[in-house]
Structure formats: C-alpha cells, structure tokens
Design a protein around this ligand. Structure first.
Ligand code: FA5
Length: 367
C-alpha cells in the first residue's frame, strides 16, 4: 500500500505584503523624476515583484483564505497604483515646467538668418542676350565645356603650332595626350552646330570658357562668351556689321559707340575685333586722345575690346561638310563679362566672381 504525504496548502504572508506595499510607497515618494519612477513601477508592481507574485499565488491558497488574501493584496496594489499615478503626474508637470523655462525662445532677439540670394547679373544678362537672338529668329545652341581639341582648334583651322594651343593659354585635361581641353572659346560650337544641324544655320551659343589668364580688371581665367554663327546663301560682311550694330543698340541704346578693327582669327577671313568706347574714363566724352592715360578699364586706349568676328573661313565650312561655293556666312564671339561691365559700369571684373549678394543687388537684379 502506498501512503500519500498530505500537501500543506501555502499560506499568505501578510507581513511581507504589507512591508512590500510600504516599501513601494516610499520608493514612489522618493523617485526624483519620471525615468526613476518607471524603474520603481517595474521593481514594485512588475511581474516579478512581491505584490505581483502574491497576487498570482491567491489561486493556490486554501479556499477559505482566498477572499482575505485577495482583499489585502488588492488594497495594497490599489494604494501603490494610485501613488504611482499621482507621482507620475507631479513629476511630469515639474519636468514640463523645467523644459519650458530652459527652452524658452526670446522672439525679441535679433535674427541671424542669412539674406535670400539673388540671381547673378551675368545669368540675367545671358538670358537677355538669348532673348535678343531669339528675337532675330536665331536658335540657341549648346556645347560641352570639356571639349575635344579637334573641335576647339583643328576644326577651326588652327595650325598645330598655333600659339593659342600652348599650355600657357589653354587648360589641358589630364592625362597628357587625352585630346581634351577646357574650351578656350565658344567657337567649337560653330563646328558642332554645322555638323549636327546643317545649313542654312543661324545659332547663338552663350557659355562658360576658360583660359590661363591672370585675373585683372578686365580678365578672368573663367569667363563667358556668346557665339553667333550665320551660314546661308549670299551672306556678306554687311550682314555681320548690321547684326553687331543691332546687338549694340539693343544692349546699350542708340548712343552706343562701336568700331571694327582688322584682326586675325584662323577660322574667319577677313577677321575683325569689335571695340566699344570706354565708359569709365574721359574717352566717353571725346576721341581716342581724350582717354585717361591711367584708366584701369581701357588701359588709356579709350576702347574696350568686346569680341572677335569675321566671315567664316571656307576651310571651316569644308571641314564640316559644307560647300563654301554655295554657302557663306559670318561669326562672332563676344565677352559677356565685358558687356556687363559696359552696361552697368562695373570697373573690375573680379567683383563679379566674389559671390557677394550685394553685388547682384547693387546692379539691379531681381531676387
Ligand atoms: C575669340 O575667343 C574668338 N573665338 C571670337 C570669334 C568668334 C572670332 C567668331 C571670330 C569669329 P578673343 O580671344 O578675342 O576671340 O575673345 C573674344 C572676347 O572674349 C574678348 O573680346 C573679350 O571680350 C572676351 N575675353 C577673352 N579673354 C577673356 C578673359 N580672360 N576674361 C574675360 N573676357 C575675356
């Protein structure tokens, strides 16, 4: 016969529960902030706490003890939960007050917000130039700033030993012999447009150009040109002069004084430079002789070189597959910085590259 050991039902430890409740209340009262209170909640009423364990053990008590135990634990738990809720409210309110005090924004302090930018006068002038050409019925063309040496020089009839090809004038793209340059002028777009669009052709191309020039009042290593090219049947030098005059009048008004001076470019024949009367020194009032000898804008000559021009060399037309017996035309390339200098009386081209928004605002540009 197997004898059974009688099971002793567990008894409730009233003292331990009362002590746990008192400890919980003391810890709640001592919690300095809501983070500490969260920890107190876990320790004293969390799943492993004395109170929770006792609560879970009620079902294992002898039936006649369950009601009393339930009442004792329930009341204790209730006191702790109430104390937790009150302390939570108290600490949260204190923390919010503290945050409001330390994060206060003084709306009367002076602002350090940066002023809004303005569009650069060169960008606006470039757009005006484009409008001018579109108004003449011309198209706007584009070309790459990193250009093949062939387009920048060979297609434009530059000899292999032409001085412009020297390293001291041209930025070559590494490695040596890559055949790539930073375009030194917008003229390579002439060859690109002829090859891509064919004839008849009327295009203008504004863009950035690069030369190893030292910066001074009228030179920058990075500058802008606008190229013009017109190829059609029967165009003559008179068409070139008429177009340049139209540009000068649109840009500078009816009183603009210009002159063409014989020059040389391998891709035009005959070639000329287009000069504008100096706006800065006494030259604007009279003849060459009146220019101030020490004028840093015109160098005492009374004239500012605006660009080159000429009748397109038949060699260029042939290189681009156009029969020069049938089609002729003219081309020009004007410096956009120089036009801005003349239009707005900017005495030093270096001011254009400073990036100071006051420069843009001073020259009347829209924001
Ligand atoms: C040329 O660049 C020729 N491609 C122009 C041309 C086009 C001639 C079509 C014939 C037919 P040039 O080197 O002279 O030419 O430069 C033209 C203009 O660019 C100058 O008159 C000047 O206004 C501007 N320019 C040249 N170098 C600089 C520079 N370093 N900084 C600012 N502007 C410059």
């Amino acid at each position: 016969m197997v004898s059974e050991t009688p099971q002793t039902p567990p008894a409730i430890d009233e003292q331990a529960i009362t002590a746990a409740v008192e400890q919980a209340l003391a810890a709640i009262a001592a919690a300095p902030d809501t983070a500490a209170l969260k920890q107190v909640r876990i320790e004293h009423v969390g799943d492993r706490s004395v109170i929770a364990t006792a609560n879970a053990g009620i079902k294992d008590l002898p039936k006649d003890q369950r009601a009393a135990a339930g009442k004792l634990i329930g009341q204790g738990k209730g006191r702790v939960q109430k104390a937790l809720a009150e302390r939570q409210q108290e600490l949260a309110a204190a923390e919010e007050e503290q945050a409001l005090a330390t994060e206060k924004v003084d709306v009367t302090l002076p602002t350090d917000r940066l002023p809004r930018g303005a569009r650069h006068p060169l960008s606006l002038l470039t757009e005006r130039l484009e409008d001018l050409f579109v108004g003449l019925g011309w198209e706007i063309a584009e070309g790459p700033e990193i250009e093949a040496e062939w387009f920048n020089f060979d297609a434009l009839n530059f000899d292999v030993d032409h001085p412009a090809r020297q390293m001291q004038d041209t930025f070559y793209v590494a490695p040596e012999g890559s055949g790539q340059v930073l375009r030194t002028h917008t003229s390579p777009v002439q060859a690109r447009a002829l090859l891509e669009r064919g004839v008849p052709l009327y295009i203008a191309c504004p863009g950035t150009t690069f030369r190893t020039d030292e910066p001074d009042a009228t030179h920058s290593p990075v500058f802008h040109q606008v190229e013009g090219l017109a190829i059609d049947k029967g165009l003559t030098m008179a068409n070139l002069v008429g177009t340049l005059d139209a540009i000068a009048r649109t840009m500078f008004g009816e009183g603009a004084i210009t002159r063409l001076r014989p020059s040389y470019f391998p891709f035009t024949e005959p070639s000329a430079e287009m000069d504008f009367r100096c706006f800065s020194c006494d030259a604007k009032l009279g003849t060459d002789r009146d220019a101030s000898p020490d004028c840093r804008v015109c160098g005492g000559t009374g004239w500012i070189e605006m660009g080159g021009c000429g009748m397109v060399n038949p060699a260029v037309l042939r290189a681009c597959g156009v029969d020069p017996e049938e089609y002729q035309g003219f081309a020009f390339g004007l410096g956009i910085e120089r036009i801005l200098m003349l239009r707005n009386g900017v005495e030093d081209m270096r001011d254009m590259a400073e990036g100071d928004v006051r420069f843009s605002q001073h020259y009347g540009t829209e924001i």
